[in-house]
Ligand binder design. Structure first.
Ligand code: DQA
Length: 155
């Protein structure tokens, strides 16, 4: 059965290409979206992409994913390091989620080392640029297929 993935990008990721290109690269947000769509197509996943600069909106999009999506790929951007609300939303819907960061957050400022949403994610890919999204999609799809297999074996 086809899997539906929700790809969520947080604040300032819409500024890619303009924002600190030495860190985040020269490609813009439209290029990231095209890259993610292609990765989902190749993995056989149906993708919905969403970006917001607002924490509450990110919480709502996660809540609305309940019962609709099979998996979530999320780059919470700056809210990674502050948002218990996004962590709680991911826990509330309990949809398998994978965290992505373009940069290697562990090797940057101290305050970027903590990830609240990451605590509700199966895995984190950080420091791989756009490729991190492809890694996350592939990881999530393998995970979902394994889970499906387990269920079939159980029946
Ligand atoms: C980011 C890393 C965050 O620390 C930062 O606030 C971002 C982008 C990344 O993709 O590397 O906005 O999530």
């Amino acid at each position: 059965m086809g899997k539906k993935l929700l790809i969520i990008n947080g604040p300032n990721l819409n500024m890619l290409g303009i924002r600190e290109p030495e860190l985040y690269g020269k490609q813009d947000f439209a290029a990231l979206c095209a890259f993610v769509r292609e990765a989902c197509d190749q993995a056989g996943a149906e993708a919905t992409l969403y970006q917001s600069n607002h924490e509450g909106e990110l919480v709502e999009i996660i809540q609305r994913a309940y019962g609709v999506y099979d998996g979530i790929v999320i780059n919470p951007a700056a809210y990674t390091h502050t948002s218990v609300a996004i962590l709680d939303a991911l826990k509330a819907v309990a949809i398998p989620a994978v965290e992505v960061h373009l940069t290697d957050v562990q090797s940057r400022e101290e305050f970027r080392r903590i990830s609240y949403p990451g605590m509700a994610c199966l895995k984190t890919f950080a420091g791989f640029g756009f490729d991190g999204y492809r890694l996350a999609v592939d990881y999530l799809m393998s995970y979902l297929k394994e889970e499906e297999k387990k269920k079939e074996e159980f029946v």
